[in-house]
Design a protein around this ligand. Structure first.
Ligand SMILES: Nc1ncnc2c1ncn2[C@@H]1O[C@H](COP(=O)(O)OP(=O)(O)OP(=O)(O)O)[C@@H](O)[C@H]1O
Length: 483
């Protein structure tokens, strides 16, 4: 077809350049006898010559295309990495580290961090924008094509699908394995000493913010022995995969941390994850877009080496159906209580996971939720005990054993949460004596505030019951009149 077109063009061209003298054709060289008037016609000879050139060029271009295919197949090799794959982000960062060549189209990724003095600094990383880029790596030139799908998007995130295609000469067959290994190693090093917090976006887990520095295990001060008890339990679980499999027991473990607010439930999960070298997937049952199906799905696709943290698990209690209009959280939550039970330990529940649940309302939890299989270990994390008061004081003011005793004696029966204590100590950085000297006054003030809050609550309750009583008597009166 291309050849025909060229010939046709050639003919037209010949017409246009008809004034150029063309050499006469030797009629004896044609396989078929041509009439004399045609052989001597300059238009015919010019068209014939151009047609032959067109055919030759078409052959050449076909040959080049075939040669390219052969070259690509034999000499080049390529690797496709879809954006859904873990390696995608690793390779993007690898490109940043290895500098991108040959492109003026770069994107910027800004990261904020704080130095030791609390100053905020911003760092810019140039990432490859969609298009072709060259990366020089260990003497090899790698062509990277970042292609963005324009017609379809990832329904779970709304982001367009993307693919990275790496192309390299195949003289080094392991080049891609080496690149992936290096990119993965660099990613692991970046994450070392860090905890990644994952949140769900649509139907997948994505890192939330920058990785956080690991919280030291002993920075969460619990009553004596509690931290180590949980740590030993989870260590034992993580080493018992085969034991569970051999006995046909689903390989999963559930922990429930309960107690008043601000006593360290979430902080403890974070410190525990850091000590185990795990990351955390946070699930929020109060998320209005969370449904029973989505909850089950998210628990099924938890990334490796992650603890799942289900905060305020009492949120789903009382919710009969996902959209129960009479449920206590009507219009707020969509996860039904039975949906939660099934996701944790029902037919659809998946294996291989560690779930931490937290609640401030342990007594509101039905037994179906706290039974073994869903909750295997339940731990009370309460208000500051004497030993916690002392330890917390010593964390802020190391070496002040005597003062820590005095401090603990004053606060012992006050029902302080660790969060309150932390807030108090922040006022007295490096002033251990002042922290002790001011504590009585602070406690008096705190009692006064609590008393005021309690009074307001009582008044609100009284107003509510008064209104209810009035409504009740009004209805009774209406009923009596009707009768
Ligand atoms: N036991 C503790 N040891 C050290 N710090 C603590 C402890 N408990 C709480 N804190 C501090 O108090 C703050 C709140 O703690 P955290 O969120 O872990 O409490 P929580 O029990 O999960 O509260 P809530 O039930 O309201 O979610 C954090 O800044 C944390 O550092």
């Amino acid at each position: 077809m291309a050849a025909l077109n060229m010939a046709a063009l050639g003919g037209a061209g010949a017409g246009a350049s008809g004034s150029m003298p063309m050499p006469p054709i030797d009629a004896s060289k044609f396989p078929l006898p041509l009439p004399e008037w045609l052989v001597g016609n300059p238009l015919f000879t010019a068209g014939f010559g151009l047609g032959a050139m067109g055919a030759a060029m078409s052959l050449l271009s076909r040959g080049a295309a075939v040669a390219e295919v052969v070259f690509r197949r034999q000499v080049l090799m390529s690797l496709e990495i879809p954006s859904k794959d873990y390696a995608y982000q690793w390779v993007m960062q690898w490109m940043v580290a290895n500098r991108i060549h040959g492109s003026r189209h770069l994107g910027v990724e800004t990261t904020y961090s704080k130095d030791a003095a609390g100053r905020q600094t911003a760092a810019f990383d140039f990432i490859p924008s969609p298009g072709r880029h060259w990366v020089r790596w260990r003497g090899n030139f790698i062509l990277v094509d970042r292609a963005r799908e324009t017609k379809t998007v990832d329904m779970s995130t709304g982001a367009p699908w993307e693919t990275l295609t790496l192309t390299a000469l195949s003289i080094r067959p392991n080049v891609f394995q080496d690149i992936l290994a290096e990119a993965k190693q660099a990613a692991l090093e970046r994450e070392e000493g860090m905890t990644i917090i994952y949140q769900c976006y649509g139907h997948e887990w994505r890192p939330f913010g920058n990785p956080k520095r690991i919280r030291p295990f002993d920075s969460v001060v619990l009553d004596s022995g509690v931290s180590n008890h949980v740590f030993d339990d989870i260590q034992d679980f993580l080493q018992s995969h085969k034991w569970y499999l051999d006995r046909g027991i689903p390989y999963r473990r559930g922990y429930l941390l309960h107690g008043p607010p601000g006593c360290g439930k979430s902080s403890f999960v974070s410190a525990l994850a850091g000590r185990l070298g795990y990351n955390i997937c946070v699930l929020n049952l109060g998320d209005p877009s969370m449904t029973d199906d989505r909850l089950a799905h998210m628990l099924a696709v938890v990334p490796p080496r992650c603890l799942v943290l289900l905060e305020d698990v009492d949120f789903a209690v009382g919710q009969q159906t996902p959209a129960d209009p009479s449920g206590p959280y009507a219009g707020v939550t969509r996860v039904s209580f039975s949906g939660l039970l099934n996701a944790l330990d029902g037919v659809i529940a998946t294996e291989e996971r560690v779930v931490f649940m937290t609640t401030n309302h342990f007594h509101a939890l039905p037994r179906a939720l706290v039974r073994p299989g869903r909750v295997d270990l339940s731990i009370y994390i309460g208000l500051a005990s004497r030993s916690q008061l002392k330890m917390m004081y010593l964390r802020f003011f190391p070496g002040q054993e005597d003062l820590s005793e005095t401090f603990a004696t004053v606060c012992e029966d006050e029902g302080l949460s660790m969060a309150e204590l932390q807030g108090y100590f922040m006022f007295f950085k490096n002033k251990p004596e002042e922290a002790v000297a001011n504590i009585k006054e602070w406690l008096d003030e705190r009692r006064k505030v609590h008393e005021e809050q309690l009074q307001k609550l009582r008044e609100a309750e009284a107003a509510k019951s008064g209104k209810a009583q009035f409504e009740h008597s009004w209805k009774m009166e209406a009923c009596r009149r009707q009768c």
